[in-house]
Structure formats: structure tokens, C-alpha cells
Design a protein around this ligand. Sequence first.
Ligand SMILES: *[C@@H]1O[C@H](CO)[C@@H](O)[C@H](O)[C@H]1NC(C)=O
Ligand SMILES: *[C@@H]1O[C@H](CO)[C@@H](O)[C@H](O)[C@H]1NC(C)=O
Ligand SMILES: *[C@@H]1O[C@H](CO)[C@@H](O)[C@H](O)[C@H]1NC(C)=O
Ligand SMILES: *[C@@H]1O[C@H](CO)[C@@H](O)[C@H](O)[C@H]1NC(C)=O
Length: 492
Amino acid sequence: MLLSLLTVSLAAGSALAASTDDWRRRSIYQLVTDRFATSNDSSPTCDTDDRVYCGGTWQGIVNKLDYIQGMGFDAIWISPIVANVEGSTGDGESYHGYWTADQNSLNSHFGTADDLVALSSALHARGMYLMVDVVVNHMGGTSVPPDYSTLAPFNSESKFHPFCWITDYSNQTNVEHCWLGDNSVPLVDVNTEDDSVVDFFNSWIAGIVSNYSVDGIRIDTVKHVRQDFWSGFAEASAVYTVGEIFDGDVNYVSPYTKVLGGVLDYPTWYQLTSAFESTSGSLSNLVSTVQQAQSSYANGEFTAGSFLENQDNPRFQSITTDQGLVKNAMSWPFIQDGIPILYYGQEQGYTGGGDPANREALWLSGYVTQEKPLLQLVTSLNAARKAAIAANSNYLSTALTFPSVEGSTLAVLKYPMLALLTNGGSSSTPSWSVSGTGYDANEALIDVLTCTTYTADGSGGVSITGSAGEPVIILPTIAFNQTYCQSLSGSS
Ligand SMILES: *[C@@H]1O[C@H](CO)[C@@H](O)[C@H](O)[C@H]1NC(C)=O
Ligand SMILES: *[C@@H]1O[C@H](CO)[C@@H](O)[C@H](O)[C@H]1NC(C)=O
Ligand SMILES: *[C@@H]1O[C@H](CO)[C@@H](O)[C@H](O)[C@H]1NC(C)=O
Ligand SMILES: *[C@@H]1O[C@H](CO)[C@@H](O)[C@H](O)[C@H]1NC(C)=O
């Protein structure tokens, strides 16, 4: 029943103006620029508690593209690139890039304009995409009231909303007009109702995209700006835009899917985390949230960014280190309808808690790729997704279904991929029995995570007993590159 076994993958050499559709087949590696790699491969100490610049640069990223691409990623998302508040504040330094001081200058800690162009070119030479993080909602202050003259190009109070802290998240006006941050670093709320501000941002984003050949934009704090600001901004960027709407309610997030290319799928993230953080999590809550998002989001879940970790939340392994649970949760973004995003360090088993502990320097891992089970898992998941895309020309528009949800096991079907998940934990021996898979009678199947082979039953059904609470990711054997399995048995 395979639709097209030998679909030639699209050449992606010229990566300008990548559309939302171009991004669907991609897999994104999210990194914190300051923490990913240094220019000369040195390994300076980096205590996350200090909240200071540790030395990562754009040149450092260029040097480590083999590491990222080796796991099967074909896009990266980097920290905001523009100049930030300098020096120490009560909340540390602006190493993360979310405290803009000057929209028109680059953050010199990360390199020069030439370095950024070099990063973009190096990515494109590999057929990879560059996604840049941007902040429109606010700029960084260092006192209340802030010294407006330190901000550029908006250097007067009139370009900002009058000061008030956000106090009431049920009042959308309060969320949009009042300020985030604290007395040490108030996030000075830009007046995005002002026409000159709107005009600036629309031409600014077009300039960022063209000056640095950017392929996609991740947008910070989207829910803190009026919804109807975003369609003009997204259009002006002319690339895929994915917005952070930090909220677990599908009904709250859905309207933003109409004004941006996609959203970071926070509603699913909340349920994903809670489903797999312990052996008593609810798989059916995850299922119902996904189904709700599939029917409410403008593009279903297809253009949403699907993630388990990011720079704002405790790493999953700070909640549980049960490797059965961890591997199931990590698999999710790669079997979902959306675009998978992996937060750097997860592949190395990093366990940092909430901000700032979740922003560890990756150089401290040595970028080791052997004997790293989670890195191997991610590599296999990317390979499986690519194989599924190649085998079914409709894969990227096939909505996943749940042929079986039973106790601590869950089957997720997105033909030709069948993901068998469990939150039984590493001391459990899960088993799944799934019919209606779409497989042929007696078809040869393979678990891409272990390269174990199976055979479908006389009606194409699948009955599999797993081990150690680990996920099983099934593809028809014919759809999967067997060389990959040889390299797998060779390396681990
Ligand atoms: C690497 O660069 C840093 C910062 O510029 C410098 O302090 C260090 O000496 C360099 N290390 C090597 C091995 O060149
Ligand atoms: C909502 O927030 C705005 C801005 O802070 C405020 O002016 C308004 O009174 C609030 N509305 C309600 C109903 O509390
Ligand atoms: C893009 O480059 C042009 C020409 O050098 C410059 O005027 C503009 O400010 C740049 N825009 C951004 C956002 O960097
Ligand atoms: C199959 O996998 C091997 C090892 O990962 C790789 O070198 C090769 O290019 C792959 N072949 C195809 C057709 O994708």
C-alpha cells in the first residue's frame, strides 16, 4: 500500500523565502546561541546560575553543523540576533538575547554581520534552513521608569505603552498593554498600536530576512501584542513564522493560527509533559487535546511547532529520569502532525531545571555522539520521519489518528508510520494490539529504533510486545533504509 517508494526528496539548495509549506518537512534543532559552541572550540566554564555570557557565537555554530546535521536535522533556530542591554543587571546579563536595546544593530557577543551571513550561507550550502528568533512586544530596560534614551530606534516614551505590570491574565487588554519583567529588568512594552511602530517593524523584519537570508522566524511573546498586528508582520517577513503563545488552552491559541504561519504547540506540550512525567499521567488527555487542536488550528496541527523542551521550561529530565518515560516523551514531536523541534542538549541527556538552569553550555558535553542513547534515538526518529515522508507523498497532510488508547499504552498512526507509545515506565513490559493500520496482510515491518523486524497479521494488524517501557516506531521494512540499521548495530 505504499504510495511512492522512491519519491525524490526536494532539493533545498536555494533557501530564500522558505514558505510555510517548505518548512513542513523540516526538523528543527533549537539552540541558545551563547551556550551552543564557541568560535575556537574552547570550553570556558559556564555556571548557568551566574546568568552571564558564556561565549557561544555564530561562528561556533558553523563549526558544529556536522553535529546537528548528523542527527538528521535540516533547520536550526537560533537566539535573537539584535543588540541587547549591556552589562550586569539584577537579573544577570542578556546572554539569551530577549532584552533588545537596539533593533538595528546586531548583538556583538555573537559575532559580526559577516559571521551571521556566513552561518546562513553554511546552512544553505547543506540544504538546511535558518530560523531566527525575534522579539516585537518589548525592549529591555534597567530601571522603572526606564531610560528611554537608551533604546533604539524607539527612544521616547510615546512609542511605548504607559507603565503598568501585567496583573490579570484573564484581561487581554492588561496582557497586551501592560509590562512583563520586573524592577531589575522591566520589559518595556512597545506601543504596537502606533502606526509608525507598525511600519518600522514590517520593514525591519523584511530587512532581517533579506540581509541575512533568513528562512523562518520564531516570534516571542505573541499573545502580548494585539492579534491583528501579526498578519501584516508575517506577510512582510515573506517566510514561515511560528509564534509563542504560552497558554495551554486550544481555544485561546487557535485564533493566532490564522494570523501566523504556525504556533508553538503549547496546548499539546502541557498534555505531553503531564502524560509522560510519571506512570500515572493521562494519555487520554493528550489524545483529546491533540484532536481538539487538529480540528481548531487553521492548518490543523501540520504547521505547528511540536516540542518537548525549550529555553523557558524545566528540561523533561529534571522531572523524571525514567528512560522509558523520557524516550516516549522525546519521540512525540517526531511522530506528530507538526514540525518537530528539539531543544539543544536534550540529545546529551541534560537535566537542567527551570530558567536559568535549562541553558547549559553544550561544549561541556564534548559533543559526543557515540554511546549516547538519546542522541541515537533522535537520529532514528529523524530518519523514520524522513522515510515516512518519502514513502507517502501525502504524509505531511495525513492527520495522525489514535487506533488504540488502552491504559498505559497508546498507538499513533500516521501512515506508513505506526508509533507505539507507553507511559508504563522502564520497569514495564508494554504490549500493543492494533488493527486498521493500512499495512498489507503479512507485510514485513521494522521497528526503526531497534531495527527489530515484525510481520503484520493476515489482516494487516500488529501485535507487539515491547521492553523496558520503551517506544516502538514501526515502518514497512521496504520503506526504511536498511543501511541505516547496519550503521546502528555498528555504533551501539
Ligand atoms: C579561544 O577564544 C577565547 C575568547 O576569544 C580566548 O580567550 C581563548 O584563549 C581561545 N582559545 C584558544 C585555544 O585559542
Ligand atoms: C483590563 O486591563 C486594562 C489595562 O490594564 C484596564 O484598563 C481595564 O480596566 C481592565 N479591565 C477590567 C475589566 O478589569
Ligand atoms: C539591512 O541592510 C540595509 C542595507 O545595508 C540596512 O539599511 C538595513 O538597516 C538593514 N536592516 C536590518 C534590519 O538589519
Ligand atoms: C542509507 O543510510 C546510510 C547510512 O545512514 C546512508 O549513508 C545512505 O545515504 C542512505 N541511503 C539512502 C538512499 O538514503
